[in-house]
Design a protein around this ligand. Structure first.
Ligand code: URA
Length: 442
């Protein structure tokens, strides 16, 4: 028999531990909207103030994963790999990593959400490719994954509906920043999506969900423990989000950069893009080793390098994009991406070395240009954004380009350029380049 919801709220309010059955009841109530949102909100605040422990978080994750349909990948060749990032500025890793892993022999099925706060989402990035469909039915998703090894879809309301309800309420009740609630939200969707092996990228820095290393470590450790409790083969790495990832920030610009990584040799890529490429290879090594497609991470990275150099990843990406409605090859896809009307170069005010490029500020500037949403559901301009000429540690020369603003109009470009100059800190002393990987969890 189900407990009166008021006693569930009171139990958590008073700091008591929930049973598995109680957490199942809460997930069920959220998914079916069977209790008023004020009661769920009160429970969320109680759970925010008295955080769930590891067992409770595991039970809630499992209950949320089971609150709707589950994707059944059993007809697809193994291993099944999924990848998730907590989101960052310029984070287009999935666009390279998904076809790269499929080219290395994995089946990759991914569900992706829209942008969160100042970070862009993979859904919007891929939608900037003319014709690309993010709304695949479960049947289409599985058929495509079987045929070419890789498929992606936007979030569907049928999977983990409890998360959808709780997530919206968390946003509205200042209860987002609770590690157990974040963990159950992320992992329940992954489990409902059929994941087996998952590589998780926890971004840390001004442009990430977690801004300090201790916070990121806590989230990463919880994701790992709860993921393992739920039977997932999971790897977690904390990566740098104090500066944007790669050169491009903005939807179509990021897709073009990802296509460059897939189709060009590292020597042909600008420094920040090479740094992004290194992160893609790193995650490929982690995923291939975790899934048993490589003996260890080093061999996984070598296999990924070979796949990229031999053009196998590019070929897989071309099949993937065409299968989801985009142009038939990567050259066409890159050419057909929307281009902004104005391109304005921002020059360095002094000679020296880049000490800092504030990722959060760059993200906010791109939103102001129209490349991200201020309100849920608002339209975005896929063509706008910023392309950085250097990364932290690179030398700059007074009067030479620091970055280029891609804008819809002259005024927006000038405003963005003025703000961008302030997001760069230039120093006279040489600066060590920042490794994109901060810490891999054992
Ligand atoms: N991403 C999610 O899916 N859920 C959270 O709670 C935070 C980030």
């Amino acid at each position: 028999m189900s407990t009166d919801f008021r006693s569930l709220i009171a139990a958590k309010r008073d700091g008591h531990r929930h049973s598995r059955e109680e957490l199942e009841q809460i997930a069920e109530a959220a998914a079916r909207h069977s209790v008023p949102s004020y009661q769920l909100s009160a429970w969320l605040m109680a759970a925010f103030l008295h955080p769930l422990d590891l067992d409770e978080t595991t039970w809630l994750t499992q209950a949320m994963a089971g609150s709707g349909a589950r994707l059944d990948l059993s007809g697809l060749p193994k291993p099944w790999i999924d990848k998730h990032s907590t989101g960052g500025i310029g984070d287009k890793t999935s666009i390279v990593l998904l076809p790269l892993l499929a080219a290395c022999g994995a089946t990759v099925v991914k569900m992706s959400g829209p942008g969160l706060g100042i970070t862009g989402g993979t859904v919007d990035k891929l939608k900037s490719i003319p014709g690309f469909r993010m709304e695949l039915s479960p049947e289409e998703l599985l058929e495509q994954a079987k045929r070419i090894g890789v498929a992606i879809t936007g979030q569907t309301p049928d999977l983990a509906p409890a998360d959808k309800a709780l997530y919206d309420l968390r946003n509205a009740t200042a209860t987002t920043q609770s590690v157990p609630l974040i963990v159950s939200s992320i992992l329940s969707k992954k489990i409902a999506g059929g994941a087996e092996t998952i590589v998780l990228d926890v971004k840390c820095g001004s442009g990430g969900f977690m801004t300090t290393l201790p916070e990121a470590e806590e989230l990463a450790a919880w994701l790992l423990r709860v993921g393992r409790n739920c039977g997932l083969n999971i790897r977690t790495t904390i990566t740098d989000m104090n500066q944007p990832l790669g050169s491009a920030v903005g939807n179509a610009l990021e897709v073009r950069e990802a296509i460059d990584v897939l189709t060009k040799e590292p020597e042909q890529l600008p420094g920040p893009t090479r740094r992004f490429r290194r992160l893609c290879i790193y995650f490929a090594g982690e995923a291939l080793a975790a899934a048993g497609l490589a003996k260890n991470e080093k061999e996984g990275q070598e296999a990924a390098q070979r796949c990229l150099s031999l053009g196998k990843a590019a070929q897989k990406a071309a099949h993937w994009i065409a299968a989801q409605g985009g142009p038939e090859n990567l050259e066409l896809a890159s050419q057909q991406l929307p281009k902004s009307r104005i391109q304005l170069v921002v020059s360095a005010r002094q000679t020296g070395f880049i000490e800092r490029i504030d990722a959060a500020s760059v993200g906010e500037i791109v939103i102001e240009l129209g490349g991200g949403r201020k309100r849920k559901g608002a339209a975005i301009d896929y063509s706008v954004g910023v392309v950085l000429a250097g990364a932290v540690g690179d030398a700059v020369v007074e009067g030479k380009p620091l970055c280029t603003v891609h804008a819809a109009g002259e005024t927006q470009a000038q405003t963005a350029a003025a703000h961008l100059s302030d997001t760069f800190k230039i120093t006279n002393r040489p600066v060590e380049p920042a490794d994109p990987v901060l810490k891999a969890l054992p």
